[in-house]
Each structure stands twice: as C-alpha cells, then as structure tokens.
Design a protein around this ligand. Structure first.
Ligand SMILES: C[S@@+](CC[C@H](N)C(=O)[O-])C[C@H]1O[C@@H](n2cnc3c(N)ncnc32)[C@H](O)[C@@H]1O
Length: 376
C-alpha cells in the first residue's frame, strides 16, 4: 500500500511538473503529491487507471454537479473565466475533496477518463483536404472509429480557422457557427482547406456517449481541463449545436465491427469512404491494429475510393512510416493510407499536430495526380 501511494504521488508530481501553465491543475497536483489523504483516493482506481487526470476529472464532475461547494469557485467551467478569483485554491479544494471522499472514491473506482476534443477539427480538416486531393468532386462518406460522442463527425457545422503570421487565415465550415475551432498552421507553405461535401457519416465506439444523457455528457466535460481557455466552452457549444440531430455512433469494436458500420451507414459506391481514427487506435492492442487496413482493403476491392486518415501517437498506425525531418515535434502524427481502383497506394506521413489541434504542421505536398495518388 505504502509503495503504491508513493507511486501515485510521483504521478502527481510529474503531472505538476509537466503542466506548470495550468494554474488550478498544477496547484492541485503539486499539493496532492505530498498529501497522503488526497492522493490516496486514487488507490481505489482500477488497475492501470490510477492517474492524476482521473482524480481531477472526478473532482471536476463533483463541482459541475455541486456549484455550491467551496472548490467550485476556482473552476472556470463553473463560474466563468472572467470571474475566477485570485489566490490559493488548495485549502478549499482539499476541504471539498475530503468532505466528499466517499463519492469521489466511488467515481474513481468505477470510471475511466474519456474525451471528445472538438478542436481536433484543426488537423482533421487539414487531413481530409489531403485525403480528398485527387477526388475533389467525389462526396465523402465519413466513418470515425472511436468517435466518443460523435462531435468530430459534425466538423462541417463548426467554424475552423487555420492561422498564420505570414498569410490570411484559411477557414472551413460554417462561418456563423457558435462553435469556433482554431489552431496555428506551421506548415512550410500555407495550407488550403478544400473538402468535398460530407453526404454520409457515422461513428463506432466501445462506449459511445449519448448527447441526450446529461450525466454522460457531464463526465466528458469533467475530463476536460478547465484551465485551458476555450476548451470547455467549445465543447458545451458543440454539444448544444449537435444534440438535436446527432450523427449515429454505434456501440462496437473498431476492428470487429468496422465493415458492418460501413455497410449500414456509408456503403454508397459513388462516395469516397474516409475512415478516420483520432487518438483511438492507440487504445487497441497492437496485434489487432493491422486488421483495420485489411478490412478497408476488402471494402476497396470493388474499386471504390477508400482512405484511412489517422491522427495517433508516433509508431501507432501499422504501415505509416516513421516521422520525417522538418516536422514540428508534436505528439500527434497525421497519416494517410489510400486505396484507389482496388489497390493500396504508398502510405504517407502527412505531418504532425498538437493533440488538441492548437497547431498543425504538414509536409510540403506535390500536386496529386488525377486519380488521387500522392506524387513523391
Ligand atoms: C481519447 S478518445 C478520442 C475520441 C475522439 N476520437 C476524439 O478525437 O475526440 C478515445 C475513444 O476511443 C474509444 N475506443 C477505445 N478503444 C476502442 C475500440 N477497441 N473500439 C471502439 N472504440 C474504442 C473510447 O471509448 C473513446 O471514446
């Protein structure tokens, strides 16, 4: 027990060290690193889940439910960013944690963190532009694997801007949308965004989040970090926009159930099937990952254009080569595998991105030939 607690406290210390830019979460994790009672709550977590973000999410969920609790006034998601107090949040946070230790322990023991990061449209739009480059007139059928609540499937309903110092912003989506996404384009030359209309869309997830289930949506929100300006606000705006008519997200495994979901929602051979994974393949056992491409190869055998756009950590996606020099050293690697006229083309690293879309950097891109093949 003593050794486990020491490990948990080391995790808190590491988190604090890596997140000095987050005033609230840095303070809580730095204090928990030397507080046996608070850090000890994480010992209730399931094997492999005793991570600081789980305790931080459980506490965030508590204050979202109970804005009257002393700790709540330190959360921008509860009181608004403009009215955040100054000073030390730890005494009130600690009191709130210890007064609600049973409730928090229950959440920690039964849940895992889950997210749906809307600002990933920054790199998805860039990646979709490249996937569709040789097929500008072919509408898209989008299938997201590990779609969570399906918020990224509504990317054309948001306003996404790629900004640069040396050129005007490039935008995609609905300029009047209440959901504003944005990130810096660090590519050597400005990226254009050109995505054919999306005429079919569906998601697949082991644990899909129903946007009409307030408790489940609150947990997704609780897993976001309130210190990051705009992140919670963007999420809640997207939930409000998409909730009346959400895209279907089927419960299932992204390897075993891919073909069935495509058959059900995205089987029109006149469309370009684009399957994408964004921080989801990494949760799948390595040995099972190649089966995604095998299924896509079968779906492409008829000659229908098929693409697999990936946004995952380096080395995660089978067939996607190692990183190329000259890219930003960011943790999300954008990859593309394509099947045209029944055959797979050479897989490509498109570039890298910040995991929440704060920036994207794509490699220079030669004009694709007319059949959508990327020229070397
Ligand atoms: C970190 S979230 C990313 C969600 C979304 N793609 C995004 O970028 O915001 C990972 C998601 O993958 C799902 N997931 C993990 N393993 C899966 C599997 N084998 N099959 C289907 N979904 C899976 C999880 O339930 C979770 O919703």
């Amino acid at each position: 027990m003593g050794e486990d607690l020491a490990k948990v406290q080391q995790h808190f210390a590491n988190f604090a060290q890596g997140h000095a830019h987050l005033p609230l979460y840095h303070r809580i994790s730095a204090a928990a690193a030397t507080d046996d009672e608070v850090a000890g709550l994480l010992l209730a977590a399931r094997p492999g889940q005793a991570r600081p973000v789980l305790l931080l999410a459980a506490l965030h969920d508590l204050v979202l439910r109970r804005p009257d609790l002393p700790a709540a006034r330190w959360y921008a998601s509860v009181v608004g960013r403009e009215t955040l107090p100054t000073g030390d949040p730890w005494p009130e946070v600690r009191t709130t944690v210890l007064d609600h230790r049973d409730e928090l322990t229950e959440v920690i023991a039964t849940r895992t963190t889950q997210t749906n990061e809307v600002n990933r449209t920054v790199y998805l739009t860039a990646g979709l532009t490249r996937a569709a480059a040789g097929l500008p007139d072919t509408p898209l059928a989008l299938v997201e694997l590990g779609a969570s609540a399906g918020l990224l499937l509504a990317l054309d309903r948001y306003d996404t801007a790629l900004t640069r110092d040396d050129a005007p912003s490039t935008r995609y989506g609905d300029p009047a949308s209440p959901v504003r996404c944005g990130g810096e384009d660090r590519s050597p030359t400005p990226l254009g965004l050109a995505i054919p209309p999306i005429v079919a869309r569906a998601g697949l997830d082991l644990d899909p989040v129903d946007l009409h289930d307030a408790k489940a949506v609150r947990w997704l929100e609780a897993c976001l970090w309130p210190d990051v300006a705009g992140r919670v606000e963007r999420f809640t705006a997207a939930v409000d926009l998409v909730r009346p008519a959400p895209p279907p997200v089927v419960r299932g495994d992204l390897v075993d159930d891919l073909a069935e979901v495509v058959g059900q929602y995205a089987d029109d051979p006149a469309t370009h099937l684009v399957v994408y994974t964004s921080w989801s393949l990494t949760y799948v056992d390595k040995a099972r990952r190649p089966a995604v491409a095998e299924t896509l190869a079968r779906l492409a055998a008829s000659g229908r254009p098929v693409s697999w756009l990936t946004a995952e950590p380096a080395g995660c996606v089978p067939g996607i080569p190692a990183l190329q020099a000259g890219l930003d050293d960011d943790s999300t690697v954008l990859g593309l595998r394509t099947w045209r006229h029944g055959d797979e083309r050479t897989p490509a690293v498109l570039g890298t991105a910040h995991p929440h879309g704060e920036r994207v950097c794509l490699t220079p891109w030669n004009r694709p030939s007319t059949d959508g093949v990327q020229e070397p």
